[in-house]
Design a protein around this ligand. Sequence first.
Ligand SMILES: [Fe+2]
Length: 246
Amino acid sequence: MLFSSTSSLWELIQQRPAVVEFLEASGKPVWNQLDLSVDAFCRQAGVKTGSWLREAESIPIPKPDSIWSREPLYRIVDYLVAEHRDFRNKDLTRIDFLLDTYSAPIYPDVYQLKLAYQSFKSFEEGLLEHMSEEEARTFPHILRLEACERNATLLPLTHRLSVKTFAMSQGHLAESLLEKMIAEIMENIRKHRDQERDAVTTEKLFRVLEKFQQRLTRHARIENEILFPRAMEIEKRLLKRQNVSV
Ligand SMILES: [Fe+2]
């Protein structure tokens, strides 16, 4: 279970952004009482907490081949947050494990792989930081912007809107970090393969890395080509509404 009756609405939205639609459908105010617990919210709405939570948790995560240009931003962010979870809990853990198995005695010359492991660890650190930044600041800001468009009385939390700044400075960070990492790791592994006859695990590592590269590239594309441009358009409209020059 991702959340409980004591989770705040804010925690709910951060972990499962698609829940926004479900919360707003209750007809109760959401955005001006984000600290409220699920339990208190359900009491307000006159519904049973347990069944409400089960329903909220059963909201499906959008499919990777969704037509993103037609999806509301909260569903795009829902997909991206779920993918971050997979990157953290599955992909990075698996690559770490595969690279680490090379310390086994069967591979006496592990120098090249140790270099690959170092490259991977610095990439992992950068990617984790990047994803945390998106989840803590950028995505919540985008969700709020979109909510402001649905509700004219709601205002963005900060007067200084920032999707543009984030997209310009951080938007391609994951991709460039990845490219650097893949190039370094592939080079190290190639050298290692030249030295080792038994390359079964090396091939497996190549395949896992390639798949991860494809997923991360597609993820970055959804952010840079769909999510951020659409959020920036909303920012522009809201700034116009507030008579701030853009
Ligand atoms: Fe991301």
